[in-house]
Design a protein around this ligand. Structure first.
Ligand SMILES: Nc1nc2c(ncn2[C@@H]2O[C@H](COP(=O)(O)OP(=O)(O)O)[C@@H](O)[C@H]2O)c(=O)[nH]1
Ligand SMILES: [Mg+2]
Length: 340
């Protein structure tokens, strides 16, 4: 608080002076007539003295500094809450620090504003990190290949999408599998494709693959399944590359399928392994099994690729959704929400 005395001939004159100096919201504490200073006062001249005060909240002006390079976060309630929430959801530490720095920036580093968490700001920051892309069927032919580690959910996802395209969008659809390694994989695919009345062909090598691609040329949609093989992945990725080269580039989409249940370190390894195939989109599977949702941020940040779909169960058809950053951000903010 600032307290100051003002002098003048009349009360009005002094108040005007106070307002000019301390502002409209200054408080008048005491008004009195006092003897003037100096000779005139000695001779008995008087004047008006008003004591006025103004509240100054120094805290408002105090700015806090951003997260330091070694990850030290200022101890303020809103920032502690963000850190706790994102840590519980297993968001990578570097990303948490970036979110906190952006939050500080968004609030202007104002210490008062950092007392309570503004979930609106946090939500928009998280939404900004969860890059998604709605690549739903538009026009032209769809030629999609699904790559990723074993068990991620490639075959299941292909069957769900095949059902969607053929039943809901009445598109002529075909499936090609290049997974000749896992026993039962071809049979599994054939059983479902028969149920869905969708043709499926097996390509044992690149020559086969070229022939089948030509055979299905008139189809609106061709979905290509692949094997994910952890041990000899590098060699197999090379084979896949040859397959991809035989697909006409126009309309070709490469989807990397990863499970939300995997550690972000493993997903990073997977991405390193498959990036030579230039994936365009991510599909995050098994959201129904997730105990934390941080990978929904970790994956698009790590790969710099948008999430196109998320899958939410084992049922074919069904259990697949076009990814929307709003909804995915809510999984992180609200934790284990019912997603069905
Ligand atoms: N809970 C759950 N299981 C899934 C999901 N997608 C696939 N699966 C299961 O994961 C296992 C491996 O799936 P599969 O499609 O064979 O994986 P692929 O090796 O990548 O082809 C199967 O038991 C699927 O039923 C999902 O969204 N949620
Ligand atoms: Mg498979």
């Amino acid at each position: 608080m600032i307290v100051k005395k003002f002098y003048g001939r009349t009360v009005e004159e002094v108040i005007k002076d106070i307002k000019e100096n301390l502002g409209e919201d200054a408080t008048l504490l005491l008004v009195q007539k006092v003897r003037k200073k100096g000779l005139r006062g000695f001779l008995g001249f008087k004047e008006i003295e008003i004591t006025a005060a103004k509240e100054v909240n120094f805290e408002i002006q105090e700015k806090i500094s951003p997260v330091s390079e070694d990850g030290i976060i200022p101890e303020l309630p809103a920032l502690c809450k963000i850190k706790k929430l994102l840590k519980e959801e297993e968001v990578d530490t570097d990303i948490i620090n970036n979110v906190i720095s952006s939050y500080i920036e968004a609030t202007g580093g104002n210490r008062l504003k950092l007392q309570d968490l503004d979930t609106g700001i946090l939500e928009s920051l998280i939404k900004g990190l969860i890059k998604t892309e709605n690549d739903s069927f538009k026009s032209g032919k769809i030629r999609s290949i699904f790559i990723g580690p074993p068990g991620a959910g490639k075959t299941t996802t292909i069957l769900k999408l095949a059902a969607h395209y053929s039943i809901e969008e009445s598109k002529s659809t075909a499936i090609i599998t290049t997974d000749i390694y896992r026993s039962g994989a071809i049979e599994q695919l054939k059983v479902y494709s028969k149920m869905l009345d969708i043709p499926v062909e097996v390509a044992f090598n690149v020559r086969d693959f070229e022939r089948i691609i030509r055979k299905f040329d008139s189809k609106d949609v061709i979905l290509v399944d692949s094997a994910g093989r952890s041990k000899r992945d590098k060699e197999y990725v090379e084979t896949l590359r040859k397959f991809i080269y035989t697909i006409p580039l126009q309309g070709l989409k490469v989807y990397l399928v990863v499970s939300i249940m995997d550690s972000s370190r493993y997903i990073k390894e997977v991405f390193e392994n498959y990036k030579i195939l230039y994936p365009n989109f991510i599909i995050v599977s098994k959201l129904d099994e997730a105990t934390s949702f941080g990978n929904l941020i970790n994956i698009p940040v790590l790969t710099d690729l948008p999430i196109a779909y998320v899958t939410t169960g084992q049922d074919i058809p069904g259990d697949i959704e076009v990814a929307k950053s709003n909804k995915l951000a809510n999984f992180i903010l609200k934790g284990n929400v019912d997603i069905k």
